[in-house]
Design a protein around this ligand. Structure first.
Ligand code: HEC
Length: 112
């Protein structure tokens, strides 16, 4: 019984890693070549908004295929405190204006 549980765990972990690898590969493919640092930022966003911009939990919105200007405006509003939200305020305040624009552009390109 114990052995079977351990094998099950090992398989579970490997599947998780495979999904993660594919997500990273997808991101590397979708990112413009110059945006190495931005990949690190977007990896943080992926925890809630999904590696492909499709949110995995019901309380986070999808970002993929959303209009660039809309996404940028929301990031600005979170950072300025005009749109109140604890996590997004924290995340957005780490971004420069240029990064917000690039991130908005990135997510607009992803298929919904
Ligand atoms: C801890 C989870 C979490 C993380 C990490 C996170 N977000 Fe969010 N984000 C949310 C939630 C939840 C909302 C919905 C906020 C609300 O209810 O007003 C949101 C909303 C947004 C919106 C507005 C979308 C819309 O349709 O109005 C944008 C844009 C956004 N996030 C971008 C980002 C970016 C870019 C990052 C990475 C720098 C990021 N988020 C990281 C949870 C997160």
């Amino acid at each position: 019984m114990k052995t079977r549980a351990r094998i099950g765990n090992a398989i579970g972990r490997n599947i998780g890693f495979g999904v993660w690898l594919r997500a990273v590969a997808l991101m590397a493919f979708a990112m413009p070549a110059h945006a190495g640092a931005l990949t690190d930022v977007i990896a943080q966003c992926a925890a809630c908004h999904g590696p492909d911009g499709i949110a995995r939990s019901a309380d986070a919105p999808n970002l993929a295929g959303q209009h660039e200007l809309y996404l940028y405006n929301q990031l600005r509003a979170f950072a300025d405190g005009k749109r109140p939200h604890k996590e997004m305020r924290f995340m957005s305040r780490q971004l420069s204006d240029a990064e917000m624009r690039e991130i908005a552009h990135y997510y607009e390109q992803l298929p919904r």
